[in-house]
Write a protein that binds this ligand. Structure first.
Ligand code: SF4
Length: 87
């Protein structure tokens, strides 16, 4: 996994460019924006990943977009089944 660049360990926690970072949440698992630092996983885009998942999914989640692409691939199949019924 890619290491978080420019992060620093402070008495308050891990910071990046002056922002205090919170570790990623369970839903972030599999996202390409997860970065490792000091045995913990952080998001390269958000200081507080948990808030990105409050009331919905994170709009920057790379693993969710992949899941949607898989769903899109199913559509031509359905279309061909519909076409077969019409025959
Ligand atoms: S982009 Fe969203 S899903 Fe990915 S690690 Fe960051 S907060 Fe989690």
């Amino acid at each position: 996994m890619t290491v978080l660049q420019n992060a620093a360990k402070t008495p308050d926690g891990v910071t990046l460019n002056g922002f205090l970072l919170s570790p990623v949440v369970e839903q972030c698992s599999g996202c390409e924006r997860v970065r490792r630092f000091e045995e913990q996983d952080f998001c390269s885009s958000y200081a507080n990943p948990g808030s990105k998942w409050n009331g919905g999914r994170c709009n920057f989640a790379t693993h969710i977009k992949k899941a949607q692409a898989t769903t899109a691939k199913v559509n031509p199949l359905k279309a061909s089944k519909r076409a077969a019924k019409g025959r």
